[in-house]
Design a protein around this ligand. Structure first.
Ligand SMILES: *Cc1c(COP(=O)(O)O)cnc(C)c1O
Length: 389
């Protein structure tokens, strides 16, 4: 048995495994979903899957058993929600084109606008679909994250309506039935509590004009140290004060720690230090490693020099900076060795590209209760070709 996190593969499963590939453990995904269901049951709130973080639609049947709907930020995500997942479909985008909005009104039951101007532009069209609930995204101008590209409340942010603009647009808000804020990134319940008190302080005067509020995503609910009971208390306190329906729309928390990326060593040589070329790519298959940037976890590997054999791990594109990082191992690497990158099911899969014509990793699902490995998808030339012309 070779163990990849909680994914245990027999020699036969391992020898048949094509790399690079993602393996998503549906048993672990179900565990995450069960926790999210627990929060919903304890708070009478609704948790939606934000596709931006996880859009593996072959898992829709499982996700649907626990979550009442999805949250989309583009027409393609909205189509995935309507046609593959069903349930409630909430849409939000920093701006909608006329063509986008004509599609969204056919697909969504909740549409969130980023500015009063966008609402004014589309309110007549939306009102022709009386079942659609609408909201305005507000910006509480309260930062909880230090990483600027993940901070919606940074200076001069384009995300959400500030209190000043909200007050200036008050006369136009007739017909808006909800508010939405999204201010967190990989944060615990204390960050929500602080953000929520700012939202109440600034926008609370308007709460008697609405019937629902969406607390956005960035809640790391399924992380082992997340304070779930505190989240439950925050939502329940809020609901008893304001009688508003509460939604949350995490992406990452749904798929946190559910999957790995398995890659093979293709070549080894020394250019002043030991280098290993892998059949994956930082820029194409795990772009956040370069964008954020962050150092991905590799099973049985450590910081450079901690173990006996240190290598710089690089990808298969021609980008000079296609480097994942320096890692050390107990034994020298061999061509054909498999390396397992941890926690690669969220964001990584939705953000990967075919840059340099590199094939996208295959997608397997694994069921740890039945020890069953199933190939879900294999990508090829057409996935590259169909993006271009
Ligand atoms: C990114 C995003 C989410 C999901 O965020 P996670 O960090 O993946 O939980 C939800 N809502 C909006 C508006 C977002 O932009």
């Amino acid at each position: 048995m070779e163990q990849f996190g909680r994914i245990k593969l027999s020699p036969k499963q391992l020898s048949g495994l094509k790399t690079p590939c993602y393996i998503v453990n549906e048993s672990k995904l179900e565990e995450n979903l069960r926790l999210l269901k627990y929060v919903q049951d304890k708070t009478n709130s609704k948790i939606l899957l934000a596709f931006k973080g996880f859009a593996m639609w072959s898992m829709a049947k499982l996700v649907k058993q626990y979550l009442p709907g999805t949250s989309a930020s583009s027409v393609s995500e909205a189509m995935l929600g309507r046609h593959e997942f069903g349930g409630e479909l909430h849409c939000y985008a920093p701006a909608y084109s006329q063509a986008d909005m004509e599609e969204h009104v056919k697909l969504a039951d909740h549409i969130v606008f980023n500015s009063v101007g966008q609402w004014n532009r589309y309110k007549e069209l939306v009102k022709q679909h009386p079942h659609i609930e609408t909201a305005l995204r507000i910006n509480p101008e309260h930062s909880e994250t230090d990483t600027a590209i993940y901070d919606p409340s940074g200076p001069n942010s384009r995300l959400g309506t500030t209190l000043e603009n909200f007050k200036a647009g008050l006369v136009d808000l007739e017909g808006i039935s909800g508010l939405h804020f999204h201010n967190l990134c990989e944060l615990n319940a204390d960050a929500l509590e602080r953000t929520l008190s700012v939202v109440e302080e600034k926008f609370g005067f308007y709460f008697d004009k609405i019937s629902w509020i969406n607390f956005g995503g960035g809640h790391h609910i399924t992380r082992p140290d997340y304070d779930v009971e505190r989240l439950i208390r925050i939502i329940n306190d809020f609901r008893s004060k304001y009688k508003l329906k509460v939604y949350l729309e995490p992406g990452e928390a749904i798929a946190l720690n559910t999957g790995v990326l398995v890659t093979s060593v293709l070549d080894l040589f020394n250019n002043g230090m030991k280098l290993a070329i892998l059949d994956t790519s930082a820029t194409a298959h795990m772009p956040d490693v370069l964008e954020m940037p962050y150092r991905p976890f590799i099973e049985n590997a450590d910081e450079p020099q901690e173990k006996a054999h240190t290598y710089r791990l690089g990808g298969i594109t021609c980008l000079a900076g296609d480097v994942i990082g320096d890692y050390s191992f107990d034994k020298p690497l061999q061509i054909g060795d498999k390396l397992v990158f941890g926690d690669m099911a969220h964001y990584t899969m939705v953000k990967n590209t075919t840059f340099n014509g590199v094939r996208l990793p295959l997608i397997y699902k694994f069921n740890s209760n039945q020890n069953e490995l199933t190939l879900v998808k294999e990508f090829g030339y057409n996935d590259y070709k169909s993006r271009l012309s």
